[in-house]
Design a protein around this ligand. Structure first.
Ligand code: LMG
Ligand code: NDP
Ligand code: PMR
Length: 387
């Protein structure tokens, strides 16, 4: 911890004043794994290059035809890339040589170990601190990312927590229930702030991807395993998801259910993707997408579940439901959504069949309700300080 604090002071305290912030990010080299220079045009992630870095602007690399010939390396930000799906996708993308991966993680040292352990090549990634349980940290991440001078071509909102056995809520730095605070609100702010950066990119296909899940969709068997997801009329969210002075559940229920809170947060993720599509796709050309990568039963997502569940869940999914997918395979699926030239359609929720072929999947009625999406958007804007 002491080492982490020394390396990364903001892991412990988030500077509030602008001056402090500027000072804290002056030398951004401590944020990076500074090896080879990025092959992103002539950009470097090193701090000294920040001031002069020619950030890519729309049209800067002339026509799409030209950019195809000399397609520069893309930059993708993946939240929660220190484990599970995020790590596997980071590895898959970095290995192609076509992508530089910004691993946006809450635990710098864990992420560094994970990248090394996964065999990711030095120079193919940069680690930057992001704790989605703090809106200050989200803003600081955006600031740090911009100062590093990289373009943004793709953003993957992947990080999540699942508290299946929790019977009482925990809260983010801003006082919101943790599962919805991290999985939805933190990502909502991040996505909104980084839209500008995606828009500035000259990359041929810019994408914003938010992880969804089958368990938030009640039009599936898996989505009908209790407790079922359901946002109700969003009264709990509108009340600020504060346990003591109101409900910590989106639907306003009095009792807290950690498993439901997670599934609710996934509905929010899928609704947000569609609302982004409605509001911004036509104007910006950015592709907005969500996906269910399959049941990756071995990831850290289940770390808080009871040991018996963790033991039985993988064979149950492998041999009984056949919904199991390995971390490596799921990583390839997510990498496809980031970079496959055929997956440019916006507003889509992708899934895969047994042969790992992607298809456009149908969301449940609630997870595709435009009125609910609009209401969720407006309340979320207030909660994250954008309205
Ligand atoms: C709840 O947990 C939490 O309590 C709640 O808070 C909330 O978090 C909720 O949705 C979230 O979860 C419930 C959970 C925990 O129980 C389950 O629903 C477990 C589902 C997954 C486990 C299924 C077990 C099936 C057993 C399969 C074993 C593997 C088989 C390999 C087959 C190989 C074939 C070659 O509770 C538990 O985790 C406890 C689970 C206890 C299950 C005990 C099951 C024993 C009976 C097994 C019988 C049948 C097996 C048939 C196999 C047939 C093979 C053909
Ligand atoms: P993991 O637990 O392995 O990975 C989650 C990642 O999120 C970790 O890197 C974790 O960081 C990070 N994270 C958690 N809290 C925060 C925070 N406050 N700030 C920043 N990062 C945070 O789970 P998965 O890989 O399984 O999950 C990835 C995504 O896939 C999630 O969105 C999940 O909903 C989705 N998904 C997963 C399925 C599955 O079967 N596993 C199925 C369907 C969807 P750290 O390493 O520090 O803990
Ligand atoms: Mg579920 C029929 C297929 C199927 C699929 C694809 C999943 C995916 N699950 C299926 C069926 C069942 N599950 C059945 C029949 C049961 C009762 C035994 C069951 C139980 C179960 C539990 C207790 N399943 C779970 C849990 C969890 O705690 C996981 C969860 O809800 O996390 C939120 C989970 C999951 N099942 C899945 C997937 C993908 C998950 C986890 C992850 C997620 O949505 O992110």
């Amino acid at each position: 911890m002491a080492l982490q604090a020394a390396l990364f002071p903001s892991a412990l305290s988030v500077p509030k004043k602008k001056g402090h912030l500027a000072a804290a990010v002056k030398d951004t080299s401590f944020l990076t794994v500074p090896q080879k220079k990025l092959q992103v045009a002539s950009l470097s992630v090193r701090a000294q290059a920040v001031a002069t870095a020619p950030v890519a602007t729309p049209g800067a690399s002339t026509s799409t035809k030209d950019s195809k010939k000399t397609l520069r390396q893309g930059v993708v930000v993946i939240t929660g890339a220190s484990s599970g799906l995020g790590l596997a996708a980071a590895k898959a993308l970095a290995e192609t040589g076509k992508w530089h991966v910004v691993m946006a993680c809450r635990d710098f040292l864990k992420a560094a170990k994970a990248a090394k352990g996964a065999g990711m090549a030095d120079g193919s990634y940069t680690i930057m601190h992001l704790d989605l349980a703090s809106l200050d940290s989200v803003r600081q991440f955006v600031d740090n990312f911009r100062r590093a001078g990289m373009p943004l071509d793709s953003l993957v909102c992947n990080a999540a927590i699942y508290r299946p056995t929790a019977r009482s809520p925990t809260f983010t730095a801003d006082g919101y229930e943790m599962s919805v605070g991290v999985n939805h609100l933190g990502h909502f702010l991040l996505a909104r702030l980084l839209l500008d950066d995606l828009q500035k990119s000259d990359y041929p296909s810019r994408r914003l991807i938010i992880l969804g899940s089958i368990t938030g969709n009640t039009n599936t068997l898996a989505g009908n395993i209790p407790p079922k997801a359901g946002l109700g009329d969003l009264r709990g969210l509108a009340g600020g998801l504060r346990g003591q002075n109101g409900s910590a559940m989106i639907d306003g229920s009095e009792s807290f259910d950690g498993a439901k809170a997670y599934k609710d947060s996934k509905i929010c993720n899928m609704l947000t993707m569609q609302e982004l599509h409605r509001r911004y796709h036509e104007e910006t050309g950015i592709t907005f997408a969500s996906l269910y990568p399959g049941c990756i039963a071995t990831t850290g997502l289940f770390r808080e579940h009871i040991p018996l569940f963790r033991l039985l869940f993988p064979p149950f999914q492998k041999f009984i439901t056949k919904g199991f997918v390995s971390e490596a395979e799921s990583g390839k699926r997510l990498a496809q959504v980031v970079s496959d030239p055929s997956l440019t359609k916006s507003g889509v929720y992708w899934s895969w069949n047994k042969d790992s072929a992607s298809f456009e999947n149908q969301l449940s009625q609630e997870a595709s309700d435009p009125e609910k999406a609009r209401k969720l958007w407006e309340i979320s804007e207030k909660l994250v300080g954008l309205a």
